[in-house]
Design a protein around this ligand. Structure first.
Ligand SMILES: [Zn+2]
Length: 55
């Protein structure tokens, strides 16, 4: 399942959201996990970049 990075326009925090292609196609409403706002926009993340925060 692809991960999308979003930024909240209300609290300016970023978060990752798992979303299926089907959900993405339907423009599923994404809520900010920090403030619960829906005023979020998707960030364009470079392809091929793997973040390995978990070790
Ligand atoms: Zn927020």
């Amino acid at each position: 399942m692809p991960m999308y990075e979003f930024e909240c326009a209300d609290c300016s925090k970023t978060f990752d959201e798992k979303e299926t292609f089907e959900e993405h196609d339907r423009h599923k409403e994404i809520r900010c996990p920090h403030c619960g706002g829906t005023n979020v926009h998707q960030l364009v993340t470079p392809t091929g970049v793997k973040t390995s925060k978990k070790s």
